[in-house]
Design a protein around this ligand. Structure first.
Ligand code: ATP
Ligand code: MN
Length: 462
């Protein structure tokens, strides 16, 4: 008999059928006449109840069926009398694939803390919480591809290993095949990278944007969706050393088009999750965050506020609120400032634009005032910055001016400057931190809990 996934058992037409079910035991309870097993196979948050009539099975057969063990059951799917479930399987046969020692299985008990589960990252996907989070994550990833595909964007794969160290987005992880215990040196004593694998220093990418611009100025509209790496020592609930970033880049879009795209994009993804992961989201809401569904709907249904940085700083200064970090024109806003604007002042997502050029990257288009750039950060409740983007400087001379002002080594940038030298066009794009979106949609509070295998300073165990 072919196996049926548990999610499909709940379809009404399945009632009365003989089924074959496989999964991991969540709990077993009962008495000497009848035993009940709650079985989960990861296809849905819902468990299927397996009913074992003990006139057909021996105690011996049931002994290895403990929390965490894996089993195969065949039997008839019938409507359930028990409350909380619609159907159950009345078992005819039982096969145990693998046992899980009651003494050592780490998830034996329910109700472990998220901190405890982080130490057991190799097994935590088997819990309700992480099952839900990982299904939502997967659904959001699909929504991202679907959104861009429906709008005629091309998926561009940008390199993970890069030789340019000028994105300015953060400290980089070096990539080398040199023997660290026996480094080759040049005559002046520096490490001789010409002997390295690529013949020059290389590192893991912090962003696919610069290469994304090459794609956009050829294909018109592209997006990247891949891992990025930042070697910053930032131990916060919103930073990972390895995270996934989505970076659309569109030729002929100005900053207003860019804001529209960002807003449509986020709303589409959240809506898609609400429509396709409702069981998981409801579970997470019930467990961790009662306001989750309302918050998600609120974001989808309301327009984001659009506000220049200068106005934002004014609001913060006049708020009378004591912040840990001072606010003044020119300051890089901290998460506490972003969250004040979003959660307390506007009570809506905010797109903050036109930041001082000194706190933003060299490639952003300079405004006519000469001191601000066409940047746009999307700020979200509970999260702070979820998207950072801009209209790019399309003018060759102005861009070169910025590169020189900031002493960015030209030898690294020649290929990027070619986009402005040959057929330059206005264009815009942004980067969405995928895990921050997953954080928002799941209502989790620590970014380590929304990626299967978190990498943070000092932590790369699993
Ligand atoms: P932040 O100020 O929050 O550190 P950033 O301004 O350095 O972020 P960008 O370079 O603008 O980040 O990257 C684009 C997006 O990638 C951010 O808006 C955020 O959603 C996400 N992001 C950036 N750094 C991280 C990180 N270390 N871990 C997870 N997501 C990140
Ligand atoms: Mn940013």
């Amino acid at each position: 008999m072919k196996r049926t996934k548990i999610i499909d058992l709940f379809r009404p037409e399945m009632i009365g059928q003989e089924v074959s079910v496989m999964g991991w035991v969540r709990t077993r309870r009962g008495n000497k006449h009848v035993q009940f097993v709650a079985l989960n196979d990861g296809s849905t948050i819902k468990n299927i109840q397996i009913v074992l009539d003990m006139s057909k099975f021996s105690d011996e057969e049931l002994r290895p069926v403990t929390t965490g063990s894996s089993i195969h059951v065949t039997g008839r799917l019938v409507e359930s009398m028990g409350k909380g479930q619609t159907c159950e399987v009345q078992a005819d046969t039982l096969e145990v694939f693998g046992t899980a020692d009651v003494e050592t299985y780490p998830l034996q008990k329910k109700g472990h803390t998220l901190e405890f589960l982080r130490e057991k990252a190799h097994l935590r996907p088997r819990t309700n919480t992480f099952g839900a989070v990982l299904r939502v994550r997967s659904t959001l990833a699909f929504a991202i591809h679907k959104f861009f595909n429906e709008r005629g964007f091309f998926y561009l794969n940008t390199p993970l290993i890069t030789a340019s160290d000028c994105e300015g987005a953060g400290a980089m992880f070096q990539v080398t095949t040199l023997d660290l215990n026996n480094l080759p040196h040049t005559e002046d004593g520096a490490v001789d990278f010409s002997a390295d694998f690529f013949g020059k220093p290389t590192a893991l990418t912090v962003s696919g944007q610069l290469e994304g611009e090459l794609g956009a100025t050829a294909l018109g509209a592209i997006y990247t969706f891949g891992p990025t790496f930042r070697a910053e020592n930032s131990n916060t609930p919103r930073h990972l050393s390895e995270f996934w970033m989505v970076e659309p880049e569109v030729a002929f879009n100005d900053i207003y088009d860019n804001m529209d795209l960002a807003e449509d994009f986020i709303k589409y993804c959240i809506n898609y999750a609400l429509e396709n992961c409702r069981d998981d989201i409801d579970f997470l809401a019930q467990m961790y965050d009662k306001e989750l569904v309302d918050r998600l709907k609120f974001v989808v249904e309301n327009e984001f506020v659009r506000l220049p940085y200068t106005e934002g700083v004014k609001i913060l200064e006049e708020s009378g609120k004591k912040f840990e970090f001072p606010v003044y024109w020119g300051a890089d806003l901290q998460s506490e400032h972003e969250r004040f604007l979003v959660e307390e002042h506007f009570k809506k997502p905010v797109i903050l634009t036109d930041y001082p050029k000194d706190i933003k990257a060299f490639y952003m288009k300079l405004n006519d005032d000469g001191r601000t750039v066409r940047a746009m950060d999307v700020l979200f409740p509970h999260i702070g910055e979820i998207i950072g983007g801009s209209e790019r400087e399309a003018d060759y001379d102005k861009l070169l001016g910025r590169i020189e002002e900031l002493n960015i080594p030209m030898k690294d940038m020649w290929w990027y400057l070619d986009t402005r030298r040959y057929g330059t066009v206005p264009h815009s794009g942004f980067g969405l931190g995928f895990e921050r979106l997953v954080l928002f949609v799941t209502g989790m509070t620590n970014i380590r809990d929304v990626i299967p295998f978190p990498r943070t300073p000092g932590n790369a165990e699993f």
